[in-house]
Design a protein around this ligand. Structure first.
Ligand SMILES: CCCCCCCC/C=C\CCCCCCCC(=O)N[C@@H](CC(C)C)C(=O)O
Ligand code: ZN
Ligand code: ZN
Length: 474
């Protein structure tokens, strides 16, 4: 395996990577194979510190040997990017084929034990599910990609088409130092990609109201996003002499107006219209008739969809009040009240239209909007016709592994800024709240399916022939 950094620093950094990855793999494997508990010592709040004893260290490296071929293959070039992200280049034999890239992220959003059936960082197993923050978003894909390749190497696989594996360390805060640095690294080397696959949609089983069977959606575009801080300032004071209107009251009233006046229904004005029309036969009567005639039934269909948070996310630009901070002490009138609002912008709208509508709704110049994270309009739609190799290869790999039809293009409601977005998992309605929520978990079959998907995708990508869509005789 060619290393592109000084041997000494690579040794240390590779050790860090190996240890962190081994924790993930070990936790999943420990629970799967009932190995002794990892002693997790909580040091105050936040993520747990794992104090390893010697025999546990051995166990971790045992678990790590799950990837010996990947780290020892002469076909694989590894490098550390942005201090904590990882880039693997798997060399193919046919340079006439453009490489593709599989991206996943190692980092997770925070979690506290409240409401969880098992501690969020325990990796404990219950009724066939492994519980843990990141099990769905996105560690199953990290393990699926690496283990899928490991199993291919074990069977003597040598790729024709080169490909990259990018494992980011800061996706949940925008990927600025991880995925974005990986893409920059490839751009400086003038690497052109055939396609790029990241997280996004899944195989949706009962998630879309009125569907007769599971539907796999491949995200070919996504909603835009803007996150705004709304701040109200004014001099502090003694709580025994409160002003007629407090900063908290002013800001709360503005937020309530935002929540009570959602952005307009844009259903059918973006690519989601075509998606539902293509899926019309997948709905029970009379929804199948309605989906096939959105020109007439669009308003009624959107009223049905918007009854659920996920359906509403397809219908309009969503307004999520996510952070509220004010006050320092019970007898001090707060100097500042600040709230954060996260908008996910429907493909038929723009950042400017959202800002305009927001200002009209808030109607209070004491509330000052600002933004300190990147924002963007809904991006263009990635190619996904019958001739598009990347899309058709992902689609073929889905039908190979899930035996599911249909597979359709969709608008991802979350953001990954990648060409295609698919997570090889079957998601039911009750699973949606697990993303960034409580009781995030993955079934042992689920982990196996993810590994099978990448095992299949890597092989299916190893050609220049666009797969012809086989229609399953289910
Ligand atoms: C008719 C209804 C269909 C809707 C089905 C919804 C299924 C959605 C399943 C899971 C939702 C996860 C959202 C997609 C993954 C997004 C990854 C992510 O969290 N990205 C961050 C990036 C940000 C820059 C930090 C995000 O906040 O979007
Ligand atoms: Zn994610
Ligand atoms: Zn996430």
């Amino acid at each position: 395996m060619a290393i592109s950094m000084g041997k000494g620093s690579v040794g240390v950094l590779t050790g860090v990577f190996i240890a962190s990855l081994a924790v993930v793999v070990a936790v999943l494997l420990l629970r799967t194979y009932n190995l002794p508990e990892l002693k997790v010592a909580w040091k105050g709040k936040g993520a747990p510190r794992i104090e390893l004893e010697e025999d546990e260290r051995e166990q971790l490296y045992e678990a790590l040997k799950a990837f010996p071929r990947l780290f020892n293959s002469s076909l694989v070039e590894y490098e550390l990017v942005g201090e904590y992200s990882h880039l693997f280049n798997v060399q193919g034999s046919d340079n006439s084929l453009l490489p593709y890239m599989l991206i996943a992220h190692l980092d997770v959003v925070p979690a506290t034990p409240e409401g969880w059936d098992l501690p969020p960082f325990s990796g404990e197993e219950k009724e066939g599910y492994i519980y843990g923050r990141g099990s769905l978003d996105d560690k199953n894909r990290v393990i699926g990609i690496l283990q899928g390749l490991e199993f291919l190497f074990k069977r003597g696989y040598k790729p024709r088409r080169s490909f990259y594996i990018g494992l980011g360390h800061d996706e949940e805060i925008g990927g600025r130092h991880g995925a974005k640095e990986i893409v920059k690294t490839l751009e400086t080397r003038n690497v052109k990609l055939e396609f790029l696959l990241d997280e996004g949609f899944e195989v949706l089983d009962g998630v879309i109201y009125g569907t007769k069977r599971p539907i796999a959606l491949i995200g070919v575009t996504e909603k835009g996003t803007i996150t705004l801080n709304l701040t109200v300032h004014s001099p502090p004071g003694h709580s025994s002499m409160p002003p007629r209107e407090s900063r908290i009251g002013i800001l709360s009233a503005a937020l309530s107006r935002l929540e009570q006046n959602p952005m307009p229904n844009r259903f059918g004005k973006g690519p989601e219209g075509a998606m539902f029309e293509q899926l019309a036969d997948e709905f029970y009567f009379p929804l199948n008739i309605m989906m096939a005639n959105l020109w007439l039934f669009g308003p009624l269909v959107s009223r049905i969809l918007q009854r659920t948070p996920s359906g509403n996310a397809i219908v309009r630009t969503t307004t999520a009040l996510t952070i509220f901070n004010a006050g320092i002490k019970s007898n001090v009138i707060p100097q500042t009240a600040r709230a954060t609002v996260n908008f996910r912008i429907h493909p038929a709208e723009t950042v400017n239209e959202v800002l305009k509508a927001m200002n009209t709704t808030i109607m209070d110049d004491r509330v000052i909007p600002s933004s300190d994270v990147p924002f963007f309009d809904p991006p263009s739609i990635s190619p996904h016709d019958e001739e598009t190799f990347g899309y058709q290869t992902v689609k073929r790999s889905i039908t190979d592994v899930f035996l599911v039809e249909p597979v359709a293009p969709g608008v991802s409601i979350g953001n990954t800024a990648s060409i295609y977005k698919f997570r090889a998992l079957v998601i039911k309605d009750e699973d949606l709240s697990r993303f960034h929520g409580i009781n995030e978990r993955i079934s042992k079959e689920g982990i196996e399916t993810v590994v099978q998907f990448y095992f299949q995708l890597i092989q299916n990508s190893d050609t220049d022939i666009v797969p012809v869509q086989s229609h399953l005789e289910l």
